[in-house]
Design a protein around this ligand. Structure first.
Ligand code: HEC
Ligand code: HEC
Length: 521
């Protein structure tokens, strides 16, 4: 009886193993079959695997998801959620971007919605006024496909010609005659980076194991710990996170992740009661990117991780020390070993803890320690800076410019908060400015200008909390406001350092909900 059961089990296990090995090949077959069953009909087979339009573009997983979702919304494509997931995976692997091709524009995937973009004027005005310029820069196409895209835009939204930055010029002519060749040159379908990446692309299994991580969430602080990645089917993983914030709050949870195109890591983990997304580039034993609250993407942390077996120093937390003080510093990384050197004037009083992923030190900074940034060295490892400061020359509010949004009040859209930190800057002995780091501050808001003062924006737009988190007002028209307007506002954000009292200023626009919120802004 028992042996039969065991045998049956073994049989099932063996089956599961084979199906695991087949999963990859099957996923590809399934992807191609889905393209043929779901897309051909509107899209035309061109011989071999090629299909009109679809085969002549490369983009990110989010880019593919948006294109297919658009086919559903605008053209009535019928596709189940799991079929769409299979197709996104297939297309993102087959026609993705090389890591280099995403550099400088990953903020769109990472949902850093306060980013102020720096494209040239022509691209910003022609293409970057309804959506981010990054949405454009995260695609690769030949001239013909950029041209189709321009025609699709005008056909789909004919009123675009009458809008600002189009009614004063011949938008269509400029888009076709100037933008199309420029885009085809800047973002071409074929590139050396892509052909090289396809050859070098590592398999998902290289990511298995332990990862030491370091991060920072605005208005919350530093975080560190270890993430454990184990295999699931195909290019998916199980993920366990075990860490804590510098203030002791646990940062513990687990979930799953998927790897697209050999390096685009997308995770879904639950940390405490909060569902968080991970958008990382996983390359050469390092993961880098952003981890954010799925419902509140403004609550996110910069994240970097180093894989076990790759000796690497990731961070020192905190990354500053005041001359004449004694503090606890934590070095975070993987494969940590050897002696610490912090340079002249800094003395390690005691090693409080030393593990391969974190080294905690009690450090004394002499009153005469030179102000400025210096390298931290641990054994053979470096690449991390520590700032020593005496006086604070300047305080900057981070982010310098940001947007919060009203919400709730019976509506479906949550409030989008503002989150701030006070970044202190010093001057070294040569008079050169250097970044010290985020220091504790008192927070307040003021009207940004006369208009804001008259409209009483400070009263209506929301509340600045003690911790640098701004909670905007309720959604909808407010009968108490002039012309029953929304609780929008234009505010100056003021940080006053707890120690020393220096001040810095930023700007916060409080505005209405973002109704259209696609994966790529
Ligand atoms: C009901 C018809 C229809 C179906 C089915 C359909 N498409 Fe499309 N597709 C279109 C039309 C029309 C366009 C051109 C206009 C546009 O871009 O919306 C298009 C354009 C595209 C583009 C180019 C978009 C761009 O940004 O330039 C992509 C990519 C695409 N489709 C992918 C797909 C995929 C993948 C499928 C199958 C899962 C699919 N389509 C199924 C009608 C369809
Ligand atoms: C009038 C506003 C507007 C302008 C101007 C505009 N776009 Fe768009 N664009 C849109 C909208 C709306 C979508 C569809 C978004 C969605 O699917 O949620 C879109 C989608 C896109 C996409 C994704 C298409 C896909 O299916 O993959 C790309 C790429 C893009 N635009 C590039 C451009 C370029 C290049 C220009 C300049 C030539 C431009 N856009 C100008 C509004 C605009």
């Amino acid at each position: 009886m028992k042996t039969t059961r065991l045998r049956q089990r073994a049989g099932i296990l063996a089956l599961a193993m084979t199906s695991l090995m087949l999963a990859q090949a099957q996923a590809a077959q399934e992807g191609q079959a889905l393209l043929e069953s779901k897309c051909v009909g509107c899209h035309i087979p061109e011989g071999g695997d090629a299909i009109s339009r679809i085969s002549h573009q490369r983009k990110t997983p989010e880019g593919w998801l948006m294109s297919i979702a658009r086919m559903q919304l605008m053209h009535g494509l019928n596709i189940a959620d799991d079929e769409r997931r299979t197709l996104v995976k297939y297309l993102a692997d087959k026609q993705g971007l090389a890591p280099d091709e995403t550099e400088g524009v990953r903020y769109a995937m990472e949902r850093r919605l306060n980013t102020v973009e720096t494209f040239d004027e022509q691209l910003s005005q022609t293409c970057g006024r309804c959506h981010s310029g990054a949405r454009v820069a995260l695609q690769r196409r030949p001239a013909k496909e950029w041209e189709h895209l321009v025609h699709f835009h005008l056909g789909q939204w004919p009123s675009l010609e009458y809008q600002a930055q189009a009614r004063d010029r011949d938008w269509l002519d400029l888009a076709l005659a100037e933008m199309v060749p420029e885009l085809a040159k800047r973002y071409p379908l074929d590139s050396q980076a892509w052909s090289e990446w396809q050859k070098a692309r590592p398999e998902a299994k290289v990511l298995l194991g332990q990862w030491a991580f370091s991060g920072h969430m605005l208005a919350k602080g530093d975080v560190r710990g270890v993430m454990t990645v184990s295999a699931d089917t195909g290019d998916t993983f199980k993920v366990e996170v075990n860490g804590q914030y510098a203030d002791g709050t646990p940062f513990v949870g687990g979930g799953s992740a998927i790897l697209y195109n050999g390096y685009e890591w997308r995770g879904n983990v639950k940390i405490g009661d909060t569902r968080m997304r991970q958008v990382f580039a996983a390359l050469n034993g390092e993961m880098k990117g952003r981890m954010f609250d799925a419902e509140h993407d403004e609550r996110g942390l910069d994240f970097s991780a180093a894989q076990q077996g790759q000796a690497r120093l990731l961070a020192v937390q905190p990354a500053y020390v005041r001359a004449g003080s004694e503090v606890e510093l934590t070095l975070v990384g993987s494969g940590l070993q050897g002696s610490v050197q912090l340079g002249a004037g800094l003395e390690v009083v005691k090693v409080l803890e030393a593990t391969p992923t974190q080294v905690r030190l009690r450090v004394k900074a002499a009153a005469t320690a030179a102000p400025g940034r210096r390298s931290v060295v641990l054994g053979d490892l470096g690449g991390v800076d520590l700032a020593v400061y005496k006086d604070i020359a300047e305080v900057k509010v981070v982010p310098a410019f940001s947007i919060a949004r009203v919400g709730e009040n019976g509506g479906s859209t949550p409030k989008v908060q503002g989150r701030f930190e006070a970044e202190a800057w010093g001057r070294d002995d040569e008079g050169q400015p250097y970044r010290i780091g985020y220091l504790p501050a008192k927070w307040s808001v003021q009207p940004f200008d006369e208009r804001a003062r008259e409209d009483e924006d400070v009263k209506f737009a929301g509340q600045m909390q003690k911790d640098g988190v701004f909670v905007p007002g309720a959604a909808g028209p407010n009968p108490q406001r002039k012309m029953m307007t929304n609780n929008a506002g234009n505010l100056k954000v003021i940080a006053e350092l707890e120690e020393g009292g220096q001040k810095g200023e930023g700007q916060l626009i409080v505005t209405v909900q973002r109704w259209n919120n696609p994966p790529l802004p």
